[in-house]
Design a protein around this ligand. Structure first.
Ligand code: PAF
Length: 279
């Protein structure tokens, strides 16, 4: 695997490559990232991964400074898995040599709800860096995980609206044995919090059952999820049932035919976790 830190070196490595499959990450790689890279390998060649902790997508008071930066360990994992041909690991100066005055702001009906409501500016930061990374890598396909479901939709919409020639592929959420979705932020959890954290997935599964049974309204399911977490000391941002196609609130008469998704964001102590489950 070649490790490059500048856009120039990256372009040198990829000259003439028309079928690049790309996996952008913020590093601190775990098996969910490695699964994305395996999937990328099935859809293009060569596979390029990036590791860049993108300052633009972190709000004031968020964990930009303490976000785990583990480049050498990440390189070792990638070398072992042997799916990636080039790793692009730029620093801040390489990606943002001057103030980033041109930014990509997603529409508020998709980028301003759920995560966008609780993390203002987050999707603008994500879209801007993904757009820049796409300009550097020029991939044919790019792979994102469904754990960040709204991010996946925002990026798909951005590519469609801006006519970017990149196919966006989605990988299923990778979970630990107890159901907790793998995330770099799980490492912030204390041992006790880690045990409690799997509650999110159990509640998502139960909420899905409640929706399928049809005995509770959507609002009742949402309140139940919200209250169950709050009662156990979680700080809940949302426990929300939405339409899969656009993340808007579902129409009551169409509930039986509409593919739905349950999305949750909640903090346990200092650690904010998100997850979702398709219905
Ligand atoms: O999902 C992530 O890790 C980040 O949001 C991404 C897509 C790499 C952009 O910084």
């Amino acid at each position: 695997m070649k490790v490059v830190h500048t856009i120039e070196e990256l372009r040198d490595q990829l000259r003439g490559q028309m079928r690049v499959a790309f996996v952008p990450t913020m590093g601190n790689l775990h098996s969910a990232h490695l699964a994305l890279m395996k999937m990328a390998r099935q859809h293009g060649d060569p596979v390029v991964a990036s590791i860049f902790v993108n300052r633009l997508q972190f709000g004031q008071g968020e964990d930009f400074d303490k976000y785990p930066r583990t480049l050498q360990q990440d390189i070792d994992k990638l070398e072992q898995a042997r799916d990636v041909y080039v790793l692009f690991a730029p620093d801040d100066k390489e990606m943002y040599p001057e103030p980033q005055n041109y930014q990509i702001q997603p529409p508020s009906d998709l980028g301003g709800i759920l995560e966008g409501e609780f993390r203002p500016g987050f999707f603008t930061g994500v879209c801007t860096v993904v757009m820049k990374l796409f300009a550097c890598v020029q991939p044919k396909v790019a792979v994102f995980g469904k754990k960040d479901y709204q991010q996946l939709m925002v990026i798909r919409n951005m590519c469609r609206q801006l006519q970017l020639p990149v196919e966006i592929l989605a990988h299923e959420t990778v979970r630990d044995e107890d159901g907790l979705a793998l995330s770099s932020r799980n490492r912030y959890l204390s041992a006790e919090e880690r045990k409690e954290a799997s509650l999110i997935y159990r509640l998502l599964v139960q909420a899905r059952e409640q929706i399928l049974e049809g005995k509770k309204t959507i609002a009742q399911v949402e309140q139940w999820g919200f209250k169950t977490l709050s009662d156990r000391g979680w700080k809940v941002d949302y426990f929300s049932v939405r339409r899969q196609k656009d993340l808007l609130i579902p129409d009551a008469p169409k509930l039986e035919t509409e593919p739905l998704i349950i999305l949750v964001a909640a903090s346990l102590g200092e650690t904010r976790l998100i997850d979702n489950l398709e219905v």
